[in-house]
Design a protein around this ligand. Sequence first.
Ligand SMILES: Nc1ncnc2c1ncn2[C@@H]1O[C@H](COP(=O)(O)OP(=O)(O)O)[C@@H](O)[C@H]1O
Ligand SMILES: [Mg+2]
Length: 248
Amino acid sequence: MRGRGTAHHNGMDPRPRIGSDAGMTAMFVTGTGNDVGKTFVVRGVIRQLRGRGVAVDALKPVITGFDAQTVHLNDTGRLLMALGRALTPRQINAVSPFRLRGDFAPDHAGRVEGRPVDFKALNAFCRNAVSRRKGALLIEGCGGIMAPLDDRHTVLDWMIDVDLPAILVTGSYAGALSHVLTALDVLERNALKIAAVVVNETTGSTDPLADTANTVRRFTDAIEVVALPRLPDGTPEHPALAAVADLM
Ligand SMILES: Nc1ncnc2c1ncn2[C@@H]1O[C@H](COP(=O)(O)OP(=O)(O)O)[C@@H](O)[C@H]1O
Ligand SMILES: [Mg+2]
């Protein structure tokens, strides 16, 4: 994995620049699994960018476990609130056009509802959003990098199709290292750019966050690795979130 990253980070260098124009970068936020903190990172970056006066949009195109009565509690609602937009049906549809009620992987939820995720339409939606963006754009995936979307495609196939630099979010739980290194290897084998790895502290983990992040750094010397501690609820400000926002 060493030396095969996309940008050099030698400690003196300013942040690696992935996109062409600062503030216009589009990225895909993926993770090593569910609940690792993808939405938390996206919300944090949105707040950072808005605080800097940078235009930002975010999408959660595929959402499972969607309940229209509790939108404020799900990813769609959380992203809309961070973006300062209303939780109206129109806004919900703009952020999350592929909504499934079942709280399972999208392939299964789609099967249960007899309404599988339309993989072609999903990619067309994302490519359109990327080409029409007016500022930074974050697209949050769904589950881990190889969560099944339908009978034949995983999130990885979606990422390959959309072809954006990835922000990979992982935890600091025991076993996270194998998960994150496996994920990075798969992304690199598929020629996907990796903009950053966010090692997000897992509640109750006995593995120190800094050690986990340093190990990831040792295996990925050309990728920005950011350690994000557990933050008290409602604390959007943290240097780790600022560092990710700097990539946009
Ligand atoms: N660094 C953190 N500090 C505090 N709470 C966090 C942090 N990361 C995640 N959380 C919380 O943990 C839960 C799962 O995170 P979430 O971002 O929803 O994961 P994912 O999008 O990967 O499924 C959410 O309630 C979120 O607010
Ligand atoms: Mg999420």
